[in-house]
Design a protein around this ligand. Structure first.
Ligand code: TRP
Ligand code: SF4
Length: 405
């Protein structure tokens, strides 16, 4: 494992704008973001350019979807005071880095990304034999690397994209971190750490390089972490010198795997707009109750006194998400003995969903009525994201010999 962990506390994730969010997004992604925002320096963004890679022919839906999604994030508790919230296309540095990375990314790396062929198969009605679609995982790499994010919360299907990002970063550092006179410059930087720091750094470097001592590597990284008075380029040199590589300009990120959501849709399949089995975060209370009351149950329970089996009932999956052990025991026992009816069984789930969504719906309404506020949050988030992205691009341009003006 190799990386410059100085940005380890930075977490980045994005979502394509697909319209109003539903409970599947909430339990699968957004709740996780809400937890992460207290612990990490989080950057969350609307991946509107990513939406174009598949929806370049119907752009009209993107704009509305962008604002709906931002409102739902805010309503669900993503806090612009803790996390930076922004829109990809408002930070053009993503595009510049994508372009620069495209110069050194082998075509085969992109052609081999499994989603490339899969999605083309799945979305047959669209012509996805485009340059943009092939390059979309590299755009994702640029999204991540432009912030030097240490962690990327993603679902299983996106792990390969983070892997690609690591390879691209490694290749970039390999090609552009090998500056002339690297060793001398690194040695000069070591001295800037002061006598004690320099001695410790040399010792840890020796232990790692001669004996592969991983603990010494981690200690060395922590030591660099704590240095206040060295420049960014010196820091990059020292991280690279410690590991035996060139400068580490773009650190390799780690995927932070989000556990697959257990949130079933109204029919027991995964909740998804394309299955038409969703409850949206802003669904009104009557619609929630109605949808849940109409949910199919164990098809063997035709009459009230037929016993059933929760294992084959979609309602049970909702109990698994929402109910206490006590309630679950009541369901198990009552269903198998026909002691309870299905309407009765659904009641605690209906109440739990209502309780969960009521505050979200109220907050969403406030944001719907104050679109200036929403736009201001995004303007500020985009500006501060851009400050970080600009710094990275300055370094990248310099490393690539593009800093002449
Ligand atoms: N590709 C992701 C998806 O389809 C969205 C995304 C774009 C993303 N850029 C990202 C996720 C960067 C994490 C990091 O869900
Ligand atoms: Fe499903 Fe509950 Fe009816 Fe059993 S009692 S079939 S778990 S809804």
């Amino acid at each position: 494992m190799s990386s410059n962990p100085s940005q380890n506390k930075r977490v980045l994730s994005g979502m394509r704008p697909t319209g109003k969010l539903h409970l599947g997004h909430y339990h699968g992604v957004v709740k996780n973001w809400v937890n992460l925002q207290h612990e990490f320096d989080c950057f969350f963004f609307v991946a509107d350019w990513h939406a174009l890679t598949t929806h370049y022919e119907d752009v009209a839906i993107i704009e509305e979807s962008v604002w709906d999604m931002v409102i739902d994030w805010l309503a669900a508790g993503v806090d612009p005071g803790s996390a930076k919230l922004f829109i990809q296309s408002r930070v053009p540095e993503h595009a510049e880095l994508h372009l620069l990375l495209s110069m050194m990314t082998p075509l085969g790396w992109l052609e081999r990304v499994p989603t490339y062929k899969d999605q083309q198969e799945k979305l047959k009605e669209k012509d996805l034999a485009t340059y943009g679609f092939l390059g979309y995982p590299l755009l994702q790499s640029a999204d991540i690397l432009v912030y030097k994010a240490g962690g990327v919360p993603v679902g299983e299907d996106q792990v390969v994209h983070v892997e690609l990002t690591r390879e691209v970063a490694r290749r970039f550092n390999h090609i552009y971190g090998r500056e002339p006179g690297f060793e001398e410059k690194a040695e000069a930087a070591v001295k800037k750490m002061g006598k004690k720091g320099a001695k410790l750094y040399r010792e840890l470097r020796r232990l790692y390089q001669e004996q592969g001592d991983g603990e010494a590597l981690a200690k060395g990284q922590a030591l660099l972490e704590s240095q206040q008075n060295i420049s960014i380029s010196d820091r990059e040199r020292l991280f690279g010198f410690l590991e035996g590589s060139g400068r580490i300009i773009l650190p390799e990120p780690q995927a932070m795997l989000t556990p697959a959501s257990k949130m079933p849709g109204l029919d027991g399949q995964k909740m998804s707009k394309s299955y038409n089995n969703t409850i949206s975060l802003r669904e009104d209370p009557d619609a929630i109750a109605e949808k849940l009351r109409r949910m199919p149950t164990d098809t063997n329970r035709v009459r009230r006194n037929d016993p059933g089996d929760p294992a084959v009932c979609p309602v049970w999956q909702l109990h698994e998400v929402y109910s206490s052990d006590e309630t679950k025991d009541w369901v198990m026992e009552g269903c198998r003995s026909a002691g309870i009816g299905c309407i009765e069984c659904k009641q605690p789930v209906i109440e739990a969903v209502q309780a969960e969504l009521e505050p979200i719906r109220d907050r969403a309404r406030e944001f719907e009525n104050d679109s200036d506020l929403v736009r201001q949050i995004i303007a500020e988030g985009s500006e501060s994201a851009r400050d970080v992205a600009r710094e990275t691009l300055d370094e990248v341009r310099e490393a690539m010999g593009l800093s002449y003006r």
